[in-house]
Design a protein around this ligand. Structure first.
Ligand SMILES: NC(=O)c1ccc[n+]([C@@H]2O[C@H](COP(=O)([O-])OP(=O)(O)OC[C@H]3O[C@@H](n4cnc5c(N)ncnc54)[C@H](OP(=O)(O)O)[C@@H]3O)[C@@H](O)[C@H]2O)c1
Length: 314
């Protein structure tokens, strides 16, 4: 098969489109013919993607791309719940080769795959699983966001941020968001009540205190966010590199987490998409052969949302 393979951590220049062995089908696996793969531009920096399950370093090359949409091609002898020709989407194990390839092997019993939302194309569906699960878990599992509360979403025009704004709005929260000036009106249309251009305005001067901050940026953005949290509120970060946890004993908490597969949440998110309550935002579609352009700090992106790699017809 053909795949995009990474030869070095944090180095998009060493992503190569080339022939690669097809993934082996374990007894509990399904083999998915990938139609489209969503890109997380920072994935080559993720420490977990460079480790095996036993914590030892993975030997490059590795195949990135852990949110996919495609069709089940084969089912392992001990795999249950899926059949050949099922249309699926999912967030696949970052410690195995991913979906920037014609085929990906996924454990059937790990909660990583769900039926593709029927109303979405493969391209649209592939922009959902990892980003939407991260946003969902940040707001609801770790942030405990309640209707009527206020949330600040940093990086609101990004892969995770576009879902976070929509989910928070759907839950009935007041949404304050940061984005670049270019994306401000788009983020407003998605449902943010207030959108702050992060380059032009210091958000802490413009934001009333909030119950929750979702930090997708880290660094200085993370530290400045602490001061806009109400007593009892939370600063939930997903940023890479990982900021510290913080608890000053005044009721505020800063935590960081890594998204986990959750098929129940994926099915619920699929229902919201099929009901038209939430949208998948795709900024660009590139052929797999040009996938390297979508990775790294200077990745190509012409607008809000995610870059998707079209693999088998999209
Ligand atoms: N811990 C986890 O489980 C987990 C899961 C998923 C993702 N992540 C990480 O979370 C981060 C976000 O992921 P993503 O997929 O949403 O990335 P993304 O699609 O690249 O989006 C990042 C967004 O942040 C904006 N941005 C950059 N600097 C900013 C600042 N100072 N203030 C406000 N916004 C800013 C960017 O806007 P401009 O391009 O206009 O500047 C962009 O729209 C990445 O580091 C990713 O690796 C972690």
């Amino acid at each position: 098969m053909f795949a995009l393979r990474a030869y070095a951590r944090s180095d998009a220049a060493r992503l190569v489109y080339e022939g690669a062995p097809s993934p082996g089908l374990g007894p509990h696996d399904v083999l998915v013919r990938v139609h489209a793969s969503g890109v997380s531009p920072g994935e080559l920096d993720w420490p977990g993607a460079w480790l095996d399950h036993d914590g030892t370093p993975r030997m490059p090359p590795i195949v990135p791309g852990h949110e996919i949409s495609g069709v089940v091609e084969a089912v392992g002898p001990d795999a249950t719940g899926f059949a050949v020709a099922d249309e699926v989407f999912g967030y696949t194990d970052v410690r195995r080769d991913g979906g920037d390839a014609e085929y990906v092997a996924v454990r059937a019993d790990a909660g990583e795959l769900a039926p593709k939302p029927a109303s979405l194309t493969h391209v649209e569906a592939s922009a959902v699983p990892l980003s939407a699960l991260t946003a969902w878990q940040a707001l609801f599992d770790h942030g405990d966001l309640q209707p009527g509360q206020a949330v600040l979403v940093h990086g609101a025009a990004g892969g995770v941020g576009t879902f976070a704004v929509q989910f928070a709005r759907w839950r009935g929260a007041r949404v304050v968001a940061t984005s670049s000036e270019r994306d401000r009106s788009f983020v407003s249309e998605l449902g943010a009540d207030v959108v702050i251009d992060y380059r032009g305005t210091r958000f802490e001067d413009a934001v009333p205190d909030v119950d929750l901050v979702l930090d997708t940026v880290g660094g200085e953005t993370w530290s400045r966010s602490w001061d806009v949290i109400r007593p009892g509120g939370r600063l939930v970060s997903i940023a890479v590199p990982r900021p510290p946890e913080r608890d000053d004993g005044d009721g505020r908490l800063a935590i960081w987490f890594v998204v986990r597969p959750d098929v129940g949440q994926l099915v619920e998110i699929g229902r919201l998409l099929d009901a038209g309550l939430v949208r998948s935002i795709v900024s660009d579609v590139l052929p797999l052969a040009r996938g390297a352009e979508a990775y790294g700090p200077h990745a190509r992106r012409s607008g809000p949302g995610k870059v998707v790699l079209a693999v088998a017809g999209g």
